[in-house]
Design a protein around this ligand. Structure first.
Ligand code: GDP
Ligand code: IMO
Ligand code: MG
Length: 427
């Protein structure tokens, strides 16, 4: 019954898509359990590059069943266009399963996301503008629309009415926008029903039966630990739980079923959107990381903020997720630096602090304390085993492992499936 969780250990974009795709060949199910099309997962297979937003990265592995769990928020228009884009490229998407309990990102939720951000002005979160926060807010407020509602017109109409009741007041009276018509929304949503019908399933039952049958299930997180609504740098977070516990609620699988939790960890740090980021660089090194690492958002096209590796964050990710392993990505990007600083602790108001501070104000004041490790200049992109790496690259990996609190079981040395050093097998 091996169930594995694969999640981001930092602020997202750690290379989860590549890691999931790599394991896709050996697992039976790949399940997205939270988030929506705010995610952008790049997968490179041979000379083909895929940008996935909502679909689990396992969709590219023929033997694997991709699942969108109940914890995900689904924008049907995005889903259908992602599916047809893949079909045009010859990818079979017929095995996809979508939970009937997943919530739908309605057009008004996308509008509310955008107007709220505009209204916040300089206090904005820098969301992806995909309607994620308002859709989860509706879910919690019990005025959300679920996939199963598309199959009962009368219920759907009542629910859209209930949701728009308050929202139209907000849109017209506070945001100075036009009201959104109930029947227009209902008509649009009903238009998706038939196209989605073949995929809708009781995914909780399917996944638990699969685990009983000893199938391998991989839960693929979107976003990352520090973007978690409970454990991240609130309020500069997303509106779901990318951390390991989210896999249980977002897929309906008990924690006793999960045997391995893999944290995807970039060899340096990036962040998109607003919020604190202690090791952020504003100099040529930051520019170089962005350029060499191609650090530009897959979803929004925004430049990612870049900085050195932060071991305090990595330790925190180990703790809140119960990580059993790390998959270290993008080590190749660091090739060419003579010295590589690594943040080992913070200085907060004159005091050395080893662990992520509990108080938001403290975290905003945290200054990185660096240790400098020697770099390497040899090209490492064709390294196949740990011993193929230059001595200083080996020492860098070992130092990160020591500081981060879980074994590094794989190392990414390039974007391709093959550009990976596997140290301990995951399955
Ligand atoms: P995700 O959101 O966690 O799936 O990550 P993204 O796809 O948004 O960003 C990671 C980027 O790094 C993608 O362009 C990947 O193709 C690329 N990538 C992943 N692993 C490696 C690696 O080990 N080395 C290099 N150079 N690129 C990588
Ligand atoms: P993947 O899965 C990086 C960030 C946004 C913003 C905050 C809230 O590719 O790692 P939201 O639209 O979710 O309400 O925005 O979260 N964010 C991400 N940053 N990678 C992602 O996904 C992200 N998804 C959301 O930039 O700061
Ligand atoms: Mg991404």
């Amino acid at each position: 019954m091996p169930a594995l969780v694969l999640l981001g250990a930092q602020w997202g974009d750690e290379g989860k898509g590549k890691a999931t795709d790599l394991l896709g060949g050996s697992v039976d199910y790949v399940v997205r359990y939270q988030g929506g099309n705010n995610a952008g997962h790049t997968v490179v297979v041979g000379d083909q590059k895929y940008a996935l937003h909502l679909l689990p990265s396992g969709i590219l592995s023929p033997g694997c069943t991709p699942v969108i769990g109940n914890g995900v928020v689904v924008d049907p228009s995005v889903l259908l266009s992602e599916l047809s884009g893949l079909n045009e490229r010859g990818v079979d998407t017929s095995k996809l399963l979508i939970s009937g309990n997943a919530h739908i990102i309605t057009p008004y939720n996308v509008t509310v996301d955008k107007v709220t951000e505009r209204f916040l002005g300089k206090r904005k979160i820098g969301t992806t503008g995909r309607g994620i926060g308002p859709t989860y807010a509706d879910k919690i407020n019990r005025v959300g629309i679920r996939v199963q509602d598309l199959y009962d017109e009368s219920i759907l109409t009542q629910k859209v009415e209930a949701a728009l009741d308050v929202k139209n007041q907000l849109l017209t009276k506070l945001y100075n926008r036009r009201a959104i018509a109930v029947d227009q929304v209902v008509e649009e949503l009903l238009g998706y029903a038939e196209k989605l019908a073949p995929f809708v399933a009781d995914t909780v039952l399917v996944l638990n039966q699969a685990l009983e049958d000893d199938k391998v299930v991989l839960f693929e997180g979107g976003q990352g630990t520090l973007l978690d609504i409970d454990h991240g740098t609130y309020p500069f977070v997303t509106s779901s739980n990318p951390t390991a516990g989210g896999a249980c609620t977002g897929a309906g699988v008990g924690p006793t079923k999960i045997s391995r939790v893999i944290g995807i960890l970039k060899a340096y740090t990036t962040r998109v959107g607003a919020g604190p980021f202690p090791t952020e660089l504003f100099d040529e090194d930051g520019e170089a990381l962005r350029r060499i690492g191609h650090e530009r958002g897959v979803t929004t096209g925004r430049d990612r903020r870049c900085g050195w590796f932060d071991a305090v964050i990595a330790r925190y990710a180990t703790r809140v997720n119960g990580l059993t392993d790390f998959f270290l990505t993008k080590l190749d990007v660091l090739t060419g630096w003579e010295q590589i600083p690594v943040c080992v602790a913070y200085e907060i108001d004159g005091k050395r602090v080893e662990e992520l501070p509990y108080s938001q104000s403290d975290f905003h004041h945290a200054k990185p304390i660096y240790e400098t490790l020697p770099g390497w200049s040899e090209d490492i992109t064709s390294a196949k085993s740990f011993s193929d790496l230059p001595k200083n690259a080996q020492a860098y990996v070992k130092a990160l492992e020591e500081m981060s609190g879980a074994p590094i079981s794989a190392i990414g040395v390039g974007p391709g499936r093959d550009e990976t050093i596997e140290i301990n097998s995951f399955i």
